[in-house]
Design a protein around this ligand. Structure first.
Ligand SMILES: NC(=O)c1ccc[n+]([C@@H]2O[C@H](COP(=O)([O-])OP(=O)(O)OC[C@H]3O[C@@H](n4cnc5c(N)ncnc54)[C@H](O)[C@@H]3O)[C@@H](O)[C@H]2O)c1
Length: 296
């Protein structure tokens, strides 16, 4: 989508951190933005980035399916259409995945993966229907590319899932002239250290979320979120499949994928039926990739 002027974006978790960085960068690019966020005080504390004719804000819990369906109706009414969907809201836990009970798993997967699914189910039909093209940006993480230590294992599970979903969604939506990007940031300045408040806001009996040292570090040492937002603008303009905003992971990614490749067997005799099955699959993917890469 080369021409972003007056195009409308809907950003979840858009009142803080990376979501706020995207909000600011999108407004700078001439877009109109609808910010949906769980916490009213985060919405209230947003800097005055634009007048209400370009920026609308409302409260939303992305894990609430009914609320997300209502949000889609409301969002379309704001500016008449939605072109860019940013499924960005996400949460963490510091409970090690080998010790966690169902409450931890359910909470993180319900918000991180469920929230993205709810965005897709309710907003993608709107974007398809107006026929003007569009773009979906799903916020994963570098923790969806590389294994994480135990306290971040549940989070990594949710982000690996978002990566699979996003790569596949790109192949599906290319046929509708809708681009898809996976945003996989590293440490970025945010309010992730307020995680206990996010959980308390959607779980009446939620357990206290232990301090998450990684999230606290992100509050000050991370990349400024506007820099991530600006990279997302470029990805939408040029229909890029990935935004790896942080360059410090190159060696780890190379080592990880080398390990994966090294695990593949060498020469193997393949049943002709199996070879034909895979050839057909490859042809389907090649056609979908051509469509995905020609989104304009
Ligand atoms: N900050 C980082 O270092 C970093 C790195 C990689 C990926 N991410 C991802 O970026 C995304 C944004 O996180 P951030 O670090 O900018 O965090 P943040 O805490 O600064 O902002 C998240 C916003 O989402 C809102 N939110 C929380 N739960 C919500 C819900 N259920 N429904 C709607 N809104 C909700 C919060 O109120 C908050 O305003 C997340 O998906 C996170 O996993 C962050």
């Amino acid at each position: 989508m080369r021409d972003l002027r007056d195009k409308v974006a809907f950003i979840t978790g858009g009142a803080s951190g990376i979501g706020l960085g995207m909000t600011e960068a999108f407004l700078n690019a001439g877009m109109k933005v609808i910010v949906a966020d769980l916490l009213e005080d985060h919405l209230d504390e947003m800097p005055p980035l634009a007048e209400p004719d370009r920026l609308v804000k409302f409260q939303l819990d992305v894990s609430d399916r009914t609320a997300m369906a209502e949000a889609a109706v409301k969002a379309r009414a704001c500016f008449g259409a939605v072109h860019v969907l940013c499924n960005n809201a996400g949460v963490g836990t510091a409970i090690p995945l080998d010790e966690a009970g169902y409450e931890e798993w359910d909470y993180v997967l319900r918000v991180n993966l469920g929230g993205v699914v709810n965005g897709i189910v309710n907003f993608v039909p709107l974007i398809k229907a107006h026929g003007q093209g569009g773009h979906v940006v799903n916020t994963g993480s570098i923790a969806g590319m590389l294994p994480a230590p135990a306290p971040h294992g549940i989070y990594a599970t949710s982000k690996y899932a978002i990566r699979g979903l996003t790569d596949s969604l790109r192949l599906a939506l290319g046929f509708h002239n809708i681009g898809v990007t996976l945003l996989a940031p590293g440490l970025t300045r945010s309010r992730g250290h307020e995680g206990a408040r996010y959980r308390a806001a959607i779980e009446r009996d939620g357990k206290a979320v232990p301090e998450n040292p990684g999230a606290a570090a992100g509050a000050s040492a991370g990349m400024p979120a506007i820099e991530v937002g600006e990279q997302v603008v470029e990805a939408i303009r040029y229909n890029r499949p990935y935004v790896f905003s942080h360059g410090e992971f190159r060696d780890e990614l190379a080592a990880h994928f080398e390990e994966v490749l090294a695990a593949l067997p060498g020469e193997q005799e393949i049943d002709p039926g199996r070879a034909a099955f895979e050839a057909e699959r490859r042809a389907l993917i090649a056609a979908a990739r051509r469509a995905a890469n020609s989104v304009h």
